[in-house]
Design a protein around this ligand. Structure first.
Ligand code: PXL
Length: 284
């Protein structure tokens, strides 16, 4: 054991700042990112955007907007002279938070910092309860700063400013959508969770214009928080230097298995996926 530790000591551990809400119950956002990114041997540091008792998919929730505290909070990180190999942004609780995130990136990112933007705005063609028109428009401003974005189809349409419809796995339509997002400044793009018959597909667009549609059999029912599980794996892999399409395959496979297990264990769809059961696999 000592020998192994000695070897590890020489390798510098990577560090990701996660800018996301803290929803105490429901297996999403920070509660998902911290265990997953940590399991992948990266130090995870959290800047909360809001504190919720449970996510907004439940009928009722406590919501404490953290906008007014965020700058003062991260100024202390500046004093600590922290550096991040990755900055991963998720759920934003107010329009002003977009400017705060831009400020954070300006302060903490250098040329090598990977910026993962998960534009958390909605699902199944509908926006989440707290996401208004202005916030939608504002979130677009983060695209030019991104190395990777991870929208689902609903979010990709909202970002591109087009009407949501079930495109399915039409590669030409998905390519056109990715081109639009790329023209808005996005780096690598993965449009996640596209339903096609009995399959779930992810459309992967790389900055160099290469694209592919990845497909796997649907393993079970839709659960909350799967986008957060997915994006956390993508963020950790990105700072670990994993090839983007390989990373998407790994994230999709992990989420697929977590969904299957959640159905087997009868986890209610709102309560997220019981990823804890297989978290150890990500450490390998
Ligand atoms: O999983 C996305 C998400 C994150 N954070 C909050 C949410 C949701 C989805 O409903 O409500 C607060």
């Amino acid at each position: 054991m000592l020998h192994g530790m000695k070897g590890r000591k020489r390798m510098k551990q990577k560090r990701i700042a996660v800018i996301n809400d803290f929803s105490g119950f429901g297996r999403c956002s920070m509660m998902v990112s911290v265990p997953i990114i940590s399991a992948m041997k990266i130090q995870c540091c959290g800047l909360p955007t809001a504190i919720l008792s449970n996510h907004t998919g439940y009928k009722d929730f406590f919501f404490d907007d953290y906008t007014d505290n965020m700058r003062e909070y991260y100024e202390k990180w500046k004093k600590l002279e922290l550096h991040f190999d990755g900055i991963y942004t998720g759920f934003l609780g107010s329009v002003r938070q977009v400017g705060i995130v831009e400020g954070f990136i300006e302060e903490f990112a250098d040329r090598d910092t990977r910026i993962i933007v998960d534009p958390v705005m909605g699902d199944n063609g509908r926006r989440y309860a707290t996401i208004g028109d202005n916030l939608c428009r504002e979130i677009r401003k983060l695209l030019p700063l991104s190395s990777i974005i991870t929208p689902n189809l609903t979010e990709a349409c909202l970002l591109a400013g087009i009407e949501y419809r079930e495109i399915g796995a039409d590669e030409e339509e998905l390519r056109a959508l990715a081109v639009k997002l790329s023209r808005c400044g996005a780096g690598n793009i993965v449009i996640t969770g596209i339903s096609d018959g009995n399959d779930i597909c992810d459309f992967v667009w790389q900055e160099n214009g290469r694209y592919e549609l990845l497909r796997q059999p649907c393993t079970g029912s839709a659960h909350a928080g799967t986008g957060d599980v997915f994006a956390s794996i993508i963020a950790a892999d990105a700072v670990n230097g994993v090839d983007f399409p390989d990373s998407v395959k790994r994230a999709a496979s992990f989420v697929g298995r977590a969904i299957a297990l959640s159905d087997m264990m009868e986890v209610p769809s709102q309560d997220g996926v019981c990823f804890e059961e297989i978290l150890g696999e990500l450490a390998k």
